[in-house]
Design a protein around this ligand. Structure first.
Ligand code: S3P
Length: 449
């Protein structure tokens, strides 16, 4: 993966099979390793984050046989193979790399393992909070500690027998919900997680698919999930395409700046409603975006998304809608910058504790390209009606910021240089191939003074 690239403006069109969903890939491996027999997995994201989960599970004793399948016209590149347990006390610390999902979900798994598990990660991950999972796991009976008074990784979990609890989470976080649910599989009764809004529900869906007893309900003001202990029955898990990766191409195709009407088509996406906030937001802005259902895989709906350029208008993303579009808000800011009426995002303070402080990163990235951004404590506002200029953007170690800068560049009035681009391997190693397949023009500047 190059570290410095120069992206030239130009409309993108064509068809791309984005990599398998990252959230689901982590869960397929983790739940596969907890199942009662080996689980076949198919189409996992071949990304650094998922590799970190695979390596950590191997450190916990899992047997993984995964091979990379190359892309063809009809299938995406991905990891295929088998994962099997049982898991036990690791012989060494486990490095989760850049992945908050790996660290937090595995902390929940470790709570149910008799022994000590120490989880750590890269400099970005070691700045991200773990108290949100440590507190409920302690109440269940695990001993959990970390740096900075138990707030930051590395995190040490001494697991064993767990008691079922009812946990009221102050944040609507799928990682917290999943960590407590995974611990709940080993508890002595029904574990309930109450959250202030719904969040992505892949763990609940996959647990149900593997035969666990899960109850769920949600309304506008809260979500309640209950998990009962019990075995997971091995079944094959095929992972659909990642809507968070596809979001970059959706935005790159959605805004008309000239007369081009060529579409971008994105087949085989995970069309889970808790992940489709980006689709609903673009539609609210007047995007010409169709969702064509394709059935279900492993409990997840699948669809093709087809986007054609249109003149966009403004909208606001706030309240519960924020969680459904959480990882896509940086790239939606690009759509907002170009739309007449702009984009306002509120209630999104969680973006400050992602792979970077994404509210600051959105302001810095678009600001470097001459776009006005008003950064607020819990969101931002872009007034709209502005086209990015050329310029230089520093990704700051955040893969979604790097890819957002590339999408901004496709609409810019001059080429954009993106520095620190290498972090894109975290989620989307084939990003530049897909950009080229859609007609994007990019120069690699590594080694160029
Ligand atoms: C994820 C949940 C979200 C999201 C992250 C992946 C998951 O984080 O931002 O990229 O796979 O569960 P939170 O649940 O912590 O908000």
């Amino acid at each position: 993966m190059p570290d410095r690239v120069r992206v030239h403006p130009g409309h993108l069109s064509g068809r791309v099979l984005v990599p398998g969903d990252k959230s689901l890939s982590h869960r397929a491996l983790i739940l596969g390793a907890l199942a009662d027999a080996p689980v076949m997995v198919h189409g996992l994201a071949p990304s650094d984050d998922v590799a970190a989960t695979a390596a950590a599970l191997a450190g916990m004793g899992a047997r993984l046989e995964l091979t990379v399948t190359e892309a063809t016209a009809d299938r995406r590149a991905g990891l295929d193979g088998v994962v099997a347990g049982p898991l036990g006390e690791p012989a060494d610390t486990l490095d989760c790399g850049n992945s908050g999902t790996a660290l937090r979900l595995l902390a929940g798994v470790a709570a149910g393992i008799d022994g000590l598990t120490v989880l750590t990660g890269d400099a970005s991950l070691r700045r991200r909070p773990i108290d949100r999972v440590a507190a409920p796991l302690r109440r269940m009976g695990a001993a959990v500690d970390g740096r900075a008074g138990g707030r930051l990784p590395p995190v040490a979990v001494r697991g064993g027998r767990l008691s079922a609890v009812r946990h009221e989470s102050p944040v609507a976080s799928a990682q917290v919900k999943s960590a407590v649910a995974l611990a709940g599989l080993h508890a002595d009764g029904a574990t309930t997680i109450v959250s202030p809004a719904r969040s992505r529900d892949h763990t609940e869906r996959l647990l149900t698919y593997l035969g666990a007893e899960v109850e769920r309900s949600s309304d506008d003001s809260r979500e309640v999930v209950t998990v009962r202990p019990g075995p997971l029955r091995a079944r094959p898990i095929a992972v659909p395409g990642d809507p968070s990766s596809a979001a970059f191409w959706m935005v790159a195709a959605a805004v008309a700046v000239d007369d081009d009407r060529e579409a971008v088509e994105l087949p085989g996406l995970c069309a889970n409603p808790t992940r489709f906030g980006v689709v609903r937001t673009l539609q609210a802005m007047g995007a010409d975006l169709e969702v064509l259902p394709e059935g279900e895989t492993a409990g997840e709906p699948r669809a093709t998304v087809r986007v054609r350029p249109a003149r966009l208008t403004g909208t606001t993303v706030a309240g519960a809608a924020v969680v459904d579009a959480l990882d896509e808000l940086p790239v939606l800011a690009v759509a907002g910058a170009l739309a007449r009426g702009g984009l306002e995002v509120r209630d999104a303070a969680e973006l400050r504790v992602k792979e970077s402080d994404r509210l600051a990163a959105i302001a810095a990235t678009l600001g470097a390209l001459g776009v006005s951004v008003e950064e607020r404590p819990d969101g931002f506002r872009v007034p709209g009606g502005e086209r990015p200029s050329g310029g230089v953007v520093e990704a700051g170690g955040d893969h979604r910021v790097a890819m957002t800068a590339v999408v901004a560049a496709t609409y810019a009035t001059a080429p954009v240089e993106v520095r620190g681009f290498g972090c894109v391997a975290t989620s989307y190693p084939s990003f530049l191939d897909d950009l080229a397949a859609l007609g994007g023009r990019v120069e690699v500047l590594d080694g160029v003074p």
